[in-house]
Design a protein around this ligand. Structure first.
Ligand SMILES: Nc1nc2c(ncn2[C@@H]2O[C@H](COP(=O)(O)OP(=O)(O)OP(=O)(O)O)[C@@H](O)[C@H]2O)c(=O)[nH]1
Ligand SMILES: [Mg+2]
Length: 288
C-alpha cells in the first residue's frame, strides 16, 4: 500500500470535526449590573427621599455641578430632574425648556445658571466643552467648583474676570451621551481624563452620567432592562476604561426631551441617579 493510500484511510477513519458555529451572546445579561426597583412604591419612596433631602449641617445647600461636552444632554438632565421633583406642582408635565440647537458644535448654554429645589438642592448647568476650547475648560471648572464664580457669569469671561462669590460644589456630574462611546475623539477622552484627575486632587466626588437614547429601546418599558443590556454595558465599560473612572461611579439615564408627561420608568432611573449624586455630595460635606 502506498503512503498516500494510508493517509487517505486515516483521514476517513477520523474525519475532522466541523467547527461549531459560535452561539450569539444573549442581548440581555442574566443579572443587571445595578439593581433598580421599578414599582410604584419604589418610585414614590425615591421621590420622597429626594424631596426631603437635607444637606449636612456643615453646608446650607447641596450644590451639584453638571459638566460635559457640547450637546451631551446636560441642560436636558437638569430639566428632567426638576420635572420629576416638581411633578406635583406641574401636574405631571415635563417642565419646558427651549433647547434650540443651531446644528453646530458650539454650546447652547453660555452662562453659569442654577435651578434650586426647596432651597436645599442647587444644580448648576454649564457650557458644554468644545474640543477646540478645552485648554482652559479645566481651569474654568476648577474656579466654579471652588466657589469663585457667581451665578450668571459668562463662561468666556470667567478666566478674564476677578473671582466673585459663588457656591462651593459638593459633587460633579459629568454627562456623556452613549453614542459618543462609539466614536470617541481622543482629544475628548484626554479632556475628561484631565477633568477627572483634577477632581480626584480636589477630593470632590464625581459621577459619570451616561445619557441613553430612546431609539435604542423599542418601548419605554424596555428601559427597565437598561442595566441588563449587554451592548450598553460594553459601551459604558469602554467609556469608563478610557476615562479611568470606576464602573461604580457610572449612572445611566434617559432624559425627557420629546415627551410632555413624566413617566415612572424614566423617572425611577433618574431619581436613582439623583439619590446617588446627593449621597456622594453629603459624604463630601461631612468631610469638609
Ligand atoms: N434621545 C435623547 N436625546 C437627548 C437626551 N438628552 C438630551 N437629548 C437631546 O440632545 C440634544 C442636546 O441636549 P442639551 O440638553 O441641550 O445638551 P447640553 O449638554 O446642555 O448642550 P450644550 O449646552 O450645548 O453644551 C437635545 O436636542 C436634546 O433633545 C436623552 O436622554 N435622550
Ligand atoms: Mg446646555
Amino acid at each position: 500500500m502506498t503512503a498516500q493510500a494510508v493517509t487517505h484511510i486515516r483521514q476517513t477513519e477520523h474525519p475532522k470535526p466541523e467547527p461549531r458555529p459560535q452561539p450569539r451572546p444573549e442581548p440581555l445579561l442574566p443579572n443587571p449590573w445595578r439593581e433598580v426597583e421599578f414599582s410604584v412604591y419604589a418610585y414614590i419612596k425615591l421621590q420622597k427621599e429626594i424631596i426631603n433631602h437635607q444637606p449636612h449641617p456643615k453646608a446650607s445647600t447641596t450644590n451639584i455641578l453638571i459638566s460635559g461636552n457640547v450637546g451631551s444632554g446636560k441642560s436636558s438632565f437638569l430639566n428632567t430632574v426638576f420635572s420629576e421633583l416638581r411633578s406635583e406642582e406641574l401636574n405631571g408635565r415635563v417642565q419646558n425648556i427651549q433647547v434650540v440647537r443651531p446644528g453646530t458644535q458650539t454650546t447652547v448654554t453660555q452662562h453659569l445658571r442654577y435651578d434650586t429645589f426647596n432651597d436645599k438642592i442647587k444644580i448648576f448647568d454649564t457650557a458644554g466643552f468644545e474640543l477646540e476650547k478645552t485648554v482652559n475648560a479645566t481651569l474654568i471648572l476648577k474656579k466654579i467648583i471652588d466657589g469663585e464664580v457667581a451665578e450668571g457669569s459668562k463662561f468666556d469671561d470667567i478666566l478674564k474676570t476677578k473671582c466673585s462669590v459663588g457656591d462651593k460644589i459638593h459633587c460633579v456630574v459629568l454627562v456623556i451621551s452613549i453614542h459618543t462611546a462609539d466614536n470617541m475623539d481622543p482629544a475628548l477622552i484626554r479632556f475628561y481624563e484631565e477633568l477627572i484627575g483634577m477632581l480626584k486632587m480636589t477630593g470632590v466626588p464625581c459621577q459619570l452620567l451616561v445619557t441613553c437614547i430612546d431609539k435604542d429601546f423599542e418601548t419605554t418599558e424596555d428601559l427597565k432592562d437598561l442595566y441588563r443590556r449587554r451592548d450598553i454595558k460594553q459601551k459604558v465599560e469602554n467609556i469608563a476604561r478610557k476615562m479611568k473612572i470606576s464602573m461604580s461611579n457610572v449612572i445611566l439615564v434617559s432624559n425627557y426631551f420629546e415627551e410632555l408627561k413624566i413617566n415612572q420608568i424614566k423617572g425611577t432611573l433618574l431619581l436613582e441617579a439623583v439619590r446617588q449624586i446627593l449621597m456622594d455630595a453629603k459624604h463630601f460635606q461631612e468631610r469638609m
